[in-house]
Design a binder for this molecule. Structure first.
Ligand code: UT7
Length: 331
């Protein structure tokens, strides 16, 4: 029997209406549009402001549109995987809340916590369920409400992050196109450089941890920057080599959007011209697990059946990797 391959059969995204511009950030912290634009490439980011709304609400918006686009009944969904570091609650997980809200009454679900690599790791996990032959329709979501863990008094982090959600539907490939190969890594070496220090079992939340602002994202940017360029470049190179691919063979590089200087360094090192690199960081900032599906959603109309894509990410952990896939449909 031929091996089952998982393919993406649809993608959709959602970003909240409120736009937080660099100009507005100038009023919150000691920064400037010029510094943010030249050091990161970010001009604005979308922020979920409505009281009572959370990560699952953005994910649900993305998934509802996806089900509509692909003509899928929510009861056909068998599994939902949600990559996120900002779950609605520490537990229960967000994937099951998504299932409840969309009416996926025959599904199970779980979250994947891999920071900015959350979508890649979730995609890999979802693909294995399809490849097993037992599951026919798997939702893979990347969603983060970073504004819920960002300190808007810390200029080193508050300028970077935004809120958003993206989702893909995985099915068994009917035409031979789909997820081809991947190299994923997570070694814990950089855990102190990008971390939310309190709220887990090591530092349970308390008045003291809140006073020390340990419930917010902490990042030491420079070591993360260096490791991100190295980690993404190396895994993309490795996955290309073992599939006998050169940069000319690849139609699109889809990198996690953390910093425009990281994207251009990776593209340069790999010999990719920037017109083959998906970049929308200027509009959304770093939406953590949502950046890659938001790119696929934005470029969906330009993607053609058989196009070769490499997705790559790097994030807290450190976690990182590269996934090679062939696009399975014309829009
Ligand atoms: O998505 C997960 C993975 N995350 C990443 O990949 C992020 C990786 N890191 C980065 O993107 C960059 O390191 C940052 C954008 C976070 C920072 O850029 P940088 O070029 O590495 O700046 P830096 O941290 O070396 O700081 C340079 C200067 C410092 O001032 P001094 O010490 O030279 O006087 C900072 O205090 O820039 C200052 N600075 C700012 N100035 C104006 C830091 N943040 C700001 C700011 N506005 N928002």
């Amino acid at each position: 029997m031929a091996q089952v391959k998982a393919s993406i059969v649809g993608v959709n995204g959602y970003t909240p209406d409120y736009i937080l511009t660099n100009k507005e950030l100038e009023n919150l912290v000691d920064t400037s549009d010029e510094w943010i634009s030249t050091r990161t490439g970010i001009k604005e980011r979308h922020i979920l402001k409505e009281p009572g709304k959370a990560t699952s609400d953005m994910a649900v918006e993305a998934v509802k549109g996806l089900l509509q686009k692909t003509g899928t009944n929510p009861e056909e969904i068998e599994l939902t995987i949600c990559g996120t570091v900002t779950p609605d609650t520490v537990f229960p997980d967000t994937a099951n809340t998504i299932n409840l809200k969309i009416g996926a009454s025959n599904a199970f679900g779980f979250d994947v916590n891999a920071a900015c690599s959350g979508f890649l790791f979730s995609l890999s996990t979802g693909a294995r369920f399809i490849e097993s032959g037992r599951y026919k329709k798997v939702l893979v979501v990347g969603a983060d409400m970073m504004s819920s863990i960002v300190n808007y008094e810390d200029r080193t982090t508050c300028i970077l992050f935004g809120d958003g959600a993206g989702a893909v539907l995985l099915e068994a490939s009917e035409n031979g196109y789909g997820l081809e190969d991947e190299i994923l890594r997570g070694d814990g070496s950089g855990r102190d450089f990008l971390i939310m220090k309190a709220g887990g079992s090591l530092n349970p939340p308390s008045a003291d941890t809140v006073a020390r602002k340990e419930h917010y994202v902490y990042q030491d940017g420079r070591p993360v920057f260096k490791a991100a360029v190295k980690g993404m470049t190396n895994t993309v190179q490795e996955v290309m080599q073992r599939n006998q691919l050169s940069a000319q063979d690849i139609d699109w590089l889809v990198p996690h959007q953390a910093n425009n200087r990281i994207l251009t360094s990776v593209a340069d090192a790999l010999g990719f011209p920037m017109d083959k690199v998906m970049v929308n960081i200027h509009k959304y900032g770093n939406t953590t697990a949502a950046t890659i599906p938001l790119c696929l959603w934005e470029w969906e109309n330009q993607l053609k059946k058989g196009d070769k894509l490499i997705l790559t990410a790097f994030g807290g952990g450190f976690t990182w990797g590269a996934t090679y896939l062939t696009w399975a449909y014309d829009s």
